[in-house]
Design a protein around this ligand. Structure first.
Ligand SMILES: [Zn+2]
Length: 102
């Protein structure tokens, strides 16, 4: 998997199965990604001053890359990423369905 920031992915397993969103962070070492609107957790913050209410903040927790699949920006289908070498030796990502460079 070579997912990158700003890729649009669909969750294919877990509690958020079926949701889709944009990748906002990639952790290659942990093989995890953070996807906007997916894997939402709430954190309760204690009030800092007396008389103030506590705050609840929502954040998106990282999830395993193998739980998401790329949605090709060209053909709009769930796809896998293929690798291809260009004539000048650069590695590019291609959609395995429509062969577009992504
Ligand atoms: Zn495609």
């Amino acid at each position: 998997m070579q997912l990158k920031k700003n890729d649009t992915v669909k969750v294919i397993a877990g509690k958020d199965k079926g949701k889709q969103g944009k990748i906002t962070q990639v952790f290659p070492m942990e093989k995890k990604v953070v996807v906007e609107g997916v894997n939402v957790y709430k954190k309760h913050l204690r009030p800092r001053k007396q008389g103030e209410g506590g705050q609840v903040i929502e954040f998106f927790a990282p999830l395993n890359m193998n739980k998401v699949q790329l949605i090709c920006p060209k053909c709009g289908k769930l796809t896998r990423i293929g690798k291809q070498l260009t004539s000048d030796g650069k590695k590019i990502r291609i959609c395995k369905k429509c062969k577009a460079t992504i």
